[in-house]
Design a protein around this ligand. Structure first.
Ligand code: ADP
Length: 227
């Protein structure tokens, strides 16, 4: 489902490689944690998958789409298959919880009836039933992140990328968010998580890919946080 074959990325001529011949294979429905020190290349890896950045060399295939042959006009289609959640939530402050999630459907032309049917279901999955009419400022950090997750999964992506989703949260709320990611994974979505939270990595007992200086230095089935 996600295949990287000797992928390298160099940003400028004068800087070194952000990623250096990265090879990895992630099966559908896997839950993978990517760890590494700051500057290791984690964000670059995720940006290559969402096509925010292009590799300098190497092959990337996601869900059968070879990025080398990807036309710009097909990028929105690709992004629909990949949901993304960020550390800073990126919610729209003037929209309610319901409206924030609905917006992701409106922009791709989904009709009102389907929106009214789908959004409550997704809010129930992330444990936010009853918060539909609240604004982001009225929610805790953990709740805001779960709104962001609802928005990311409402179009039923095959892959969910969560880039430091617990970075701004206290341990309890961080775990609430992780439990939601596990649930979504159980329903069949591939989850790719980056985190600096040692506790979360060590307790999840999931596949852990460790990146250092742009290279994969370990890839373990039930890995630990070991930088
Ligand atoms: P991480 O997410 O693990 O902290 P990054 O992927 O952000 O690592 O960064 C990897 C390397 O690439 C770093 O040396 C960083 O300075 C460099 N880098 C990242 N983004 C850019 C950019 N847009 N332009 C130039 N260098 C960049």
């Amino acid at each position: 489902m996600i295949l990287l074959d000797r992928v390298s990325k160099t940003y400028g001529k004068r800087t070194g490689s952000a990623l250096e011949r990265i090879t990895m294979h992630i099966e559908p429905k896997e839950f993978v944690i990517v760890v590494g020190p700051s500057g290791a290349g984690k964000s670059t890896l995720l940006k290559l998958l969402t096509r925010e950045e292009k590799p300098s060399s190497g092959k990337i295939v996601v869900g059968g789409i070879d990025y080398e042959h990807l036309k710009d006009r097909h990028i929105p289609q690709l992004r629909r298959r990949i949901g993304v959640v960020f550390q800073d939530f990126k919610l729209l402050p003037n929209k309610t919880v319901f409206e924030n999630v609905a917006f992701a459907l409106e922009v791709v032309g989904v009709g009102n009836r389907e929106i009214k049917h789908t959004v409550p279901k997704v809010l129930a999955i992330v444990g936010l039933k009853g918060k539909e009419k609240n604004y982001p400022r009225e929610l805790s950090g953990g709740e805001r992140q779960r709104v962001a997750i609802a928005r990311a999964i409402v179009r039923q992506p095959k892959i969910l990328i969560a880039d430091e989703p617990t970075g701004n949260l206290d341990p309890k709320h961080a775990w609430d968010v992780i439990r939601v990611l596990e649930k979504i994974n159980k329903y069949g979505t591939t989850v790719l998580l980056t985190t600096h939270n040692q506790d979360i990595v060590n307790q999840l007992k999931r596949r852990v890919i460790t990146i250092r200086d742009g290279r994969v230095v370990s890839d373990k089935a039930s890995g630990t946080y070991d930088l």
